[in-house]
Ligand binder design. Structure first.
Ligand code: CTP
Length: 394
């Protein structure tokens, strides 16, 4: 997917720097080339020799001397690539980028480049959440630099929280998306994800259980294949995948309106767990008055998927999801017909799929039923994205 694409990889300091070596290998496997640049801090964790060996190219460091300058000036080096990737981006390196400092080779290249820049931060959770870092990230985003949000999890320092370098598949997704190198180039794909919340009063709501993880992963995987992705998201605690345009909504009616506003699209993939019913929201918190629970009059929500599949603006490919707790295939087949879509991705949610990281799905279409092997939601997302690309591209 990265055939012939050139990436200037700036390896900053931090324990996560070893993952940059894995990234070099993945970029090369995808057909891209890498010129590694290692900061002084980065060189404490990985050696220029290992980066150069994996890249099969010269690795530049601060020892970039006059001989190098004669071979390849730093301005030319900064522009010789199609994309600049900073991985890992330490708090210090991000601060220097935000301030426009140029006191070593990496920061000089970053200031001199005219190419898109991706930065994958990795640091201790307190450093990531510090007001200074938050402000620096905002400045960098404002300048059009793509930040590959760190993962949440246990860190080498023993603390837990956001700050772990994104895993290599997500870094690769961001790189392919930034280079617009995929097979879905020029396609617009609409994805819905997460639950909807239907307010009962200002503090209570009706909702379906959904973490949004599968839909967000799919939106990211589609963007990684080059699609322009509009992600209509219900209330979830997830970061937007790189290259994805996100529209936040709360209720099913808002989701229906956002979907209509995002048309036309080449494909629509409705992963959202839309609440089937809504009620008239009380303007103030309903108090317990001793007369028992209030009676809620429920109204059916619009079926966003069915209206889209049967409407005048129908995308060429319409994919639905079906989360079932029994007779998974039979229910999915019934939904396929009832909703008028081309494919239903069905899964059994009687276990701990909801909110979990793994999934097992069946692809149900007029052509039959195919079961994908159980896998992490990110891997399922890539498999589905490839399938969608195949269907769209015939
Ligand atoms: N869906 C939708 N709008 C709704 C309800 C569902 O767009 N109001 C979409 C979901 O995003 C999903 C598919 O329809 O892609 C199936 O959702 P599901 O909740 O399983 O279907 P329901 O029609 O609600 O069927 P039931 O609750 O009877 O299983």
């Amino acid at each position: 997917m990265l055939n012939g694409r050139r990436i200037l990889l700036i390896i900053g300091g931090g324990i996560a720097a070893y993952k940059a070596l894995e990234l070099i290998r993945e970029i090369r496997r995808a057909g891209g080339s890498v010129t590694p640049v290692i900061t002084r801090g980065g060189a404490q964790f990985v050696t220029p020799l290992s980066a150069a060996a994996l890249a099969e190219a010269k690795a530049y460091t601060d020892l970039f001397d006059l001989t190098d300058e004669a071979e390849m000036g730093h301005i030319r080096l900064s522009r010789s690539a199609d994309l600049v990737v900073v991985c890992p981006a330490s708090a210090d390196l991000l601060a220097k980028m935000a301030a426009g400092l140029a006191d070593d080779l990496a920061t000089t290249l970053l200031l001199a480049t005219d190419k898109p820049v991706l930065a994958a931060p990795a640091m201790n959770v307190r450093m990531w959440e510090h007001a200074a870092t938050v402000a620096n990230i905002a400045i960098l985003k404002g300048r059009g630099i793509t930040i590959i949000e760190p993962d949440v999890g246990a860190m080498a320092c023993g603390e837990t929280g956001p700050g772990r370098l994104a895993e290599v598949p997500r870094l690769m997704e961001a790189i392919t998306a930034a280079l617009g190198a995929g097979v879905l180039q020029g396609r617009h794909i609409l994805v819905t994800a997460g639950p909807t919340h239907e307010p009962i009063d200002p503090v209570r709501y009706i909702a379906n259980r959904s973490s949004g993880k599968q839909g967000f992963a799919l939106a990211g995987a589609l963007a990684a294949l080059g699609a322009r992705v509009t992600l209509v998201a219900g209330p979830v605690a997830l970061t937007t995948p790189p290259g994805v345009v996100r529209v936040d909504v709360e209720t099913a009616q808002q989701m229906a309106a956002a979907v209509a506003a995002a048309l036309p699209a080449d494909a629509a993939v409705m992963v959202a767990a839309v609440a089937d019913w809504r009620t008239e929201a009380a303007p103030a918190k309903i108090k317990k008055d001793g007369n028992g629970p209030p009676a809620l009059a429920l109204h059916e929500n619009p079926d966003i998927l069915a209206s889209l599949a049967k409407g005048p603006m129908r995308p060429r490919l319409v994919v639905g999801f079906a989360a079932e707790t029994s007779d998974v295939i039979a229910h999915a087949q019934a939904k396929l017909a009832r909703k008028g879509c081309d494919l239903i991705v069905a899964n059994d949610v009687s276990g701990d799929v909801m909110g979990g990281d793994r999934n097992l799905v069946h692809l149900v279409s007029a052509a039959g039923v195919e079961t994908l092997p159980e896998a992490p939601k990110s891997a399922i997302a890539h498999a589905l994205a490839a399938r969608i690309a195949g269907l769209l591209n015939g």
